[in-house]
Design a protein around this ligand. Structure first.
Ligand code: ZN
Length: 237
């Protein structure tokens, strides 16, 4: 019970400090588009090796601190989490996107169909929440993993506890949501992520996206409204 109260207090402090700071109310376009060098940006912190499978993984400092607390609390309940993907900049996302773009060339010769197929699970460069340092993937990029055994226990723990630390699942199973398929591995720090989503919708236009293979389909797909804004609302604090 004490742990629960301590976690609530810590979330309140986080929410207050995230809310007080005007830092996230005005963010440069390049930040929103992932044109960032995380290693050299003082807003970001390198994840400790104990909670991550990759070297050189970064999140915003506030997010990283809260995530470390959440993983510690989970460990105490016998649940283990490792971050398998954290912040990815525009160039990294472009690498992921263009690899898939080439691999699907034969199966989807039509560019629009190909872009939509990649968009089931992967973002166009410049439109990913992974650009912002608020979002990360845990344990496995696999819907089946989270439907049984340890994966199910881990997911159930997150559904019960993540909000106490400021995290929620933006790509959930809500059929009224547009955009990506459900991603039980993808979690977002809503005290900052929500503000950045708002900033993105206000500041970013289609001419800001690109260049990358298939970028001409971004507007036709309405990727900003349907995908960037295709998220579940965060829980009420
Ligand atoms: Zn993700």
């Amino acid at each position: 019970m004490h742990r629960y109260i301590a976690a609530i207090l810590s979330l309140l402090i986080t929410l207050v400090s995230a809310g007080q700071s005007s830092q996230w109310e005005e963010v440069e376009k390049d930040f929103l588009l992932g044109k960032i060098n995380y290693a050299e940006d003082i807003r970001f912190k390198k994840l400790p090796a104990t909670i991550c499978t990759k070297e050189n993984a970064y999140l915003l400092t506030t997010v990283c601190d809260s995530l470390e607390k959440m993983i510690k609390a989970a460990n105490e309940s016998g649940i283990n989490f490792k971050v398998i993907s954290a912040s990815r900049n525009f160039a990294q996302q472009k690498g992921i996107w263009e690899k898939k773009w080439l691999a699907r060339k034969t199966k989807y010769p039509n560019g629009l169909d190909r872009a939509k197929n990649i968009l089931l699970y992967s973002s166009m460069p410049g439109t990913s929440r992974h650009h912002w340092g608020t979002d990360f993937d845990l344990n496995a990029l696999d819907p089946k993993y989270f439907s049984q055994g340890n994966g199910k226990k881990e997911y159930d723990w997150l559904c019960m506890n993540a909000a106490r630390f400021g995290f929620y699942q933006p790509y959930d199973a809500n059929p009224n949501r547009t955009g990506y398929q459900e991603e039980k591995w993808h979690w977002s720090f809503f005290p900052i992520g929500q503000q950045l989503t708002q900033n993105y919708l206000e500041q970013i236009q289609y001419e800001d996206l690109g260049p990358f293979s298939g970028s001409t389909y971004a507007q036709e797909i309405n990727v900003i409204q349907h995908y960037v804004n295709g998220i579940q609302n965060p829980p009420n604090p």
